[in-house]
Structure formats: C-alpha cells, structure tokens
Design a protein around this ligand. Structure first.
Ligand SMILES: CC(C)(COP(=O)(O)OP(=O)(O)OC[C@H]1O[C@@H](n2cnc3c(N)ncnc32)[C@H](O)[C@@H]1OP(=O)(O)O)[C@@H](O)C(=O)NCCC(=O)NCCS
Length: 288
C-alpha cells in the first residue's frame, strides 16, 4: 500500500505495473467480475492517462474475468429534465426531433469520466444500447452481462446492473465514493417503499431507424447514497476492502451485499408514503 496521502499528488508516476499491484492488494483477482467507477485525477499522475488504467484493469482481471463500466450519456436524455444547462422550453420539440441517435459503437460518454470514455472503444468491448444509461463490458461474460438492455426501468430487473448481481460481481470505486454507486439504484427498485414513476426519453436506434424512445422508470434519487454507504461499512465491514490505488483511496465492495443492504435500508429509512415525504419536505424544523 502507498504511504502517500489520498489527495496528495504522487511523488512518482503511477504506472500500469503500480496500478496492477495496487489493485491486487485491494483484492481484485484474475477471473473476477467487476463493475468500475472511477476518477482519473484522484489516482495521481498516471503515465498513459485513462488507457493505462484500462490496461491495468484488464491485466488484473485477465480475459477469464469481466470488466463492466457505466457509459452513461445524460446528454441523450429528455431535454425537459436538463439542468446543466437547461434549454428554453420552445427548443425541446426540435431537440427531440433532430438530436442524433445514441450509437453504442461511437457515442462518447465524457461526463461519466475519461476512463469509461476510453474503455468503450477498446477492442472486444461490448456496449448496451440504452440511450441514457448504457453499460460497456470486456472479458469472459461481457455479452451475457450487458445484452440485452431493456428500455423500461433501465437500472432495474433484467438489466446489466441486475445481471452483475447474478454474476456475483464486485464494485470497484477508484477514487470515488458511494454517491456514484449505481448499484444502489438496483436497490431502489427492490426496496419496499412508495415510489413515483416517470417517463424518460432519448434518441435511439430501434429496428434500424432513429426514434425518440420513451421509457417508463421509477424516479431514482442518489441523495441518501452516502448515508447508505456509511451504514453499510459500519455493519458489513467484511464486505468492503479499502486501500490506495495510486494515491486514491479506493474500495472493492461485494455488490450483492451492498444491494441487499441498501434495499432493506431504503425500506427502513425512506418515508412510508409519498404523502409523508411531501409533509417532511414542507414541515418546519422541530424545536427542542
Ligand atoms: C465525474 C468524475 C468522472 C470526475 O472525475 P475526474 O477525475 O475529475 O475526471 P476524469 O475521470 O474524467 O479524468 C479527467 C481528469 O483527469 C485529469 N488528468 C488528465 N490526465 C491525467 C493523467 N495522465 N493522470 C491523472 N489525471 C489526469 C485531469 O484533471 C482531467 O480533467 P480535465 O479533462 O478537465 O483536464 C468522477 O468524480 C466521478 O463521479 N466518477 C464516477 C462516475 C460514475 O461511475 N458514475 C456512476 C453513475 S452516476
């Protein structure tokens, strides 16, 4: 393990060899199935940039294992929900009619990070075709995990995220935390608490034609994911390894344990009814 503080700049270049050694120290092995979240800048000065990290991940799990990365494309979603930046209401019909379709082989995903955006076009990588929340995979079970990808409830049952669970995957957080632990979304579908439903949209290719795809979904919410992570690590320390990879504090988590824990945590901690959620939001702070 490195003796460099997590946020410090590395005092040596972080090479592929160093990354492989750190990943093994964390507990990642040949043959593993792993779902990876990442921050390149957190790792230190990586010699070779994002490609070096992808090479190191491939070397560590080997072709007997499987790497899966989120290659989400929020830019290909319904413009009605855009915040960063919003667009004028009157532009929305034009955007829905003319935005080029999401294409798994070529559509970039820069907002989810340089590492997945590099990984998606590596030889042998397979990517699902959901316009907003696609997954890319390489290795032994790549196709079995990412294909097919249902349009509706795209992070719920029958999706790549649920098949990662079925394949007993680990979640690797390279310099990231529970706020971006997508696996907790699967727990939102599974947890027993009242849910709102919504319609999502995005430009996709279906039956060879560009269409504006509308899909049903549960309204998902990451706000309490850090609290879930904190409780999970307190109650299931056996299911989490923490070490530095490069100079980034990184985690290797048992995905099944996380999803099962989060589903019951949501059942206990999310409001019992949508009315209660509304009242909670409107209620004045309680006085001592
Ligand atoms: C958003 C997020 C990707 C930002 O992390 P980041 O480290 O700032 O950005 P990236 O991973 O894209 O890496 C690019 C940055 O690395 C740095 N960088 C560039 N070359 C580098 C090198 N050779 N070595 C190290 N860092 C380098 C730069 O700061 C670069 O930013 P710039 O392009 O703006 O100059 C990260 O915080 C995150 O949330 N990751 C998880 C994403 C995820 O899986 N989400 C799940 C669904 S919500």
């Amino acid at each position: 393990m490195s003796d460099v503080e997590p946020d410090a700049m590395s005092d040596e270049p972080i090479t592929v060899e160093r990354l492989v050694s750190d990943l093994r120290e964390l507990g990642l092995s040949a043959g593993d199935t792993v779902f990876v979240h990442s921050s390149l800048s957190a790792l230190g000065w990586v010699c070779g940039g994002p490609a070096a990290v992808v090479d190191a991940l491939q070397q560590t799990v080997s072709a007997e294992g499987t790497l899966v990365l989120p290659t989400f494309t929020g830019d290909y979603s319904d413009p009605g929900g855009w915040q960063d930046p919003p667009v004028p209401d009157e532009w929305e019909p034009t955007i829905r009619e003319t935005m080029p379709a999401f294409r798994p082989g070529s559509t970039p995903c820069p907002r989810i990070g340089a590492i997945p955006n590099t990984f998606r076009s590596y030889p042998g990588v397979v990517r699902s075709d959901h316009p907003v929340v696609s997954f890319a995979a390489w290795g032994a079970d790549a196709e079995a995990i990412v294909l097919p990808h249902p349009d509706d409830e795209p992070l719920g049952e029958g999706t790549p995220l649920a098949r990662l669970y079925d394949h007993d995957a680990s979640v690797l957080m390279l310099g990231t935390d529970y706020e971006t632990a997508t696996s907790c979304h699967l727990a939102e579908y599974r947890g027993e608490f009242p849910k709102e439903h919504e319609t999502g949209g995005g430009p996709a290719i279906r039956d060879g034609e560009r269409v504006w795809l509308e899909f049903d979904d549960v309204a998902l919410d990451t706000a309490d994911f850090p609290a879930v992570g904190e409780a999970f690590e307190r109650e299931r320390p056996d299911a989490v390894a923490v070490e530095q990879v490069g100079v980034a504090e990184s985690r290797l988590v048992d995905q099944r344990a996380l999803v099962d824990f989060a589903a019951s945590w949501f059942g206990e901690n999310r409001p019992e009814s949508l009315e209660q959620a509304d009242e909670g939001a409107a209620a004045p702070a309680a006085e001592d």
